[in-house]
Design a protein around this ligand. Structure first.
Ligand code: F6P
Length: 558
């Protein structure tokens, strides 16, 4: 059975594609003025604009009907009700419960989880307060100034992205300045080493963030950080003041040597890439203060309520998912470019890469059968204006269809606001250029009006033509504050789940990362020429091992 890809196009997408074939975005934008009300939606501080998608009213209707037929509404109910939607791991996926208000109720196996969630948030609040007011001090009695989050994947990307995005909202501690936040994820010693050069052991708090507390990269870096601390501190008692753990794995945390008093917990029904709302968000809470963190949760909850209570046709997450489904499975796009026009959102593409590609990169359905359609898109991107001077050429004139997803913020938060209209003008210009393009006739007319010679026009007109008809979504935020960012992330989480429901796949497992982890352990053993058995490795790995062995003294323990 070939499981690699499922190229079939669902009938509804096939029919709509044929019907819309004669139209381009130019003609759709001209002949379908309703799109400017129908295809723009404001929710929880987000303005979602799908007017530059190659869809019209009837297509939206049919796609929505197809979503209903594929049971998206029922799938949504199962998610919010705490059913075990993560079938291969037998777990619920209740990131929505992490942002429920205190008075709400949500049951997993008959037990209301909301009190546990708020108890842990309250512990987190106490800790954040103690760090901020200088009650929690380092081994010499000095207050904490630096926070180093050691984690990877979902235990890194969420808090790292959010802390960067919300840096202007950072709260000063009693010392008069916000905490300096650092993130270490890579097992490459260069990452931790460069952070350790910047921080002072007396005033640094390490957060060891790992859902499983079994992740090689994180534990290796955490051990190295502890050894560094103990090289400076007078005794091992310092570890309790300088290390906290955020994890679901109580025993492993204790085994590592972190006092349970200094552990903040969450639950197996929180997926790693959906965990920024839990104590994994500790760096965010330390940066913003607990009020800011609760506002972040509140924004996500507002979006949850929209998604939970809104019929499919007006449901923002469903519409986001239908656009992706259409572009990928209907128009054949394999990738999506994620293009934030805001420095604060520089890590948004990396964050979405894990959220989407780890959730949707599946070739087997929940029922064990091979998928029949292509699933998760290749998500990539970078901040907008930098990208314009790097890879946009391919977006505009390349041979592939790569839908774009722009994100911009109406209000800047820096002291050069005069530049902001220029930034957003670029965003809009790019969306227009992709959609409308420039015909050869227009190029020729423009070149003629510039006084160019007929020879020059002949030589260049086709090179300067833009095919257009390249779809994009424009997401604008009123402002980039904790609540609005919470809503934005929650929107994408729900979109991912809707796509998974359309394809019949599990959005919450990640078996595809396991083989590499397992092999890394075996390769590591094989590095050792004396004891290592390389014969079990494939010939290509063996050959590379032979080359590397004499060059890797540290890995060989020399
Ligand atoms: O290897 C992938 C992964 O399992 C992600 O799903 C997860 O976010 C990351 O590793 C880190 O896992 P942990 O939080 O358990 O250290």
């Amino acid at each position: 059975m070939a499981l690699d890809r499922g190229p079939a196009m669902p009938a509804v997408l096939h029919d709509e594609r044929r019907r819309l074939e004669p139209d381009t975005l130019r003609t759709l934008l001209e002949r379908d003025p309703e799109r400017f009300t129908r295809d723009v939606q404001e929710v929880a501080g987000l303005r979602l604009d799908w007017t530059r998608q190659r869809l019209d009213g009837p297509a939206w209707e049919r796609l929505t009907e197809a979503a209903a037929e594929r049971g998206v509404a029922q799938a949504m109910e199962r998610l919010f009700r705490g059913e075990r939607v993560n079938t291969t791991e037998g777990r619920a996926a209740l990131h929505t419960a992490l942002r429920l208000p205190r008075e709400a109720e949500c049951r997993v196996d008959g037990e209301d989880v909301v009190p546990q969630v708020h108890a842990e948030l309250d512990r987190m609040a106490t800790f954040v307060q103690r760090v901020h007011d200088g009650t929690h001090v380092g081994y010499t009695g000095r207050p904490i100034r630096h926070v180093v989050n050691i984690g990877i994947g979902g235990s890194d990307l969420g808090p790292r992205m959010v802390c960067r995005a919300l840096a202007p909202h950072a709260r000063a501690t009693r010392e008069g300045a916000p905490l300096a936040l650092h993130f270490v994820s890579n097992i490459d010693g260069a990452a931790l080493s460069s952070v350790l050069r910047e921080v002072d052991p007396e005033t640094t708090l390490f957060i060891v963030a790992s859902k499983t507390f079994g992740t090689l990269e994180t534990l290796t870096n955490a051990r190295a950080a502890r050894a560094w601390l103990l090289r400076h501190a007078p005794d091992a008692g310092a570890v309790a003041r300088h290390f906290v753990a955020v994890s679901t794995a109580h025993e492993r945390v204790v085994e590592f040597g972190i006092d349970p008093e200094n552990m903040f917990g969450f639950w197996d029904w929180v997926g790693g890439r959906y965990s920024v709302w839990s104590v994994i968000g500790m760096p965010v809470a330390l940066q913003l203060g607990m009020d800011g963190f609760r506002a972040f949760l509140g924004g996500a909850h507002a979006l949850d309520e929209h998604v939970r209570t809104t019929p499919l046709r007006d449901n923002a997450a469903v519409r986001m998912a239908l656009v992706d489904w259409w572009n990928q499975n209907g128009l054949g796009a394999e990738a999506r470019a994620v293009l934030p026009y805001d420095e604060r959102l520089a890590l948004w593409p990396a964050y979405l890469q894990q959220a989407e590609m780890e959730s949707l990169g599946k070739c087997v359905r929940v029922d064990g059968e091979a998928v029949s359609e292509d699933t998760g898109a290749i998500v990539w991107g970078a901040v907008g204006t930098d990208g314009q001077h790097a890879f946009y050429q391919l977006l505009h004139q390349g041979t592939r269809l790569i839908p774009a997803e722009f994100v911009g913020v109406a209000r800047p938060e820096h002291d050069l606001p005069a530049q902001h209209p220029l930034l957003l003008a670029n965003l809009l210009a790019q969306a227009e250029a992709l959609a409308v393009g420039r015909t050869e006739t227009e190029v020729r007319a423009e070149m003629a009006s510039e006084g160019q010679t007929p020879e020059a026009i002949e030589a260049l007109a086709r090179h300067r033509t833009f095919p257009g008809n390249r779809p994009s979504t424009v997401i604008l935020l009123e402002r980039l504050d904790p609540a609005t960012l919470g809503a934005l992330i929650a929107l994408f989480e729900h979109k991912i789940y809707v796509l998974a429901s359309l394809w019949g796949i599990n959005a919450f497992d990640q078996w595809g990362v396991e083989l590499g982890k397992q092999l890394a352990g075996q390769v590591m053993q094989a590095f050792d020429a004396a004891d290592g058995d390389a014969t079990a490795r494939d010939p290509a790995t063996r050959a590379t091992l032979e080359w590397l062995r004499p060059r890797l003294p540290v890995a060989r323990g020399d």
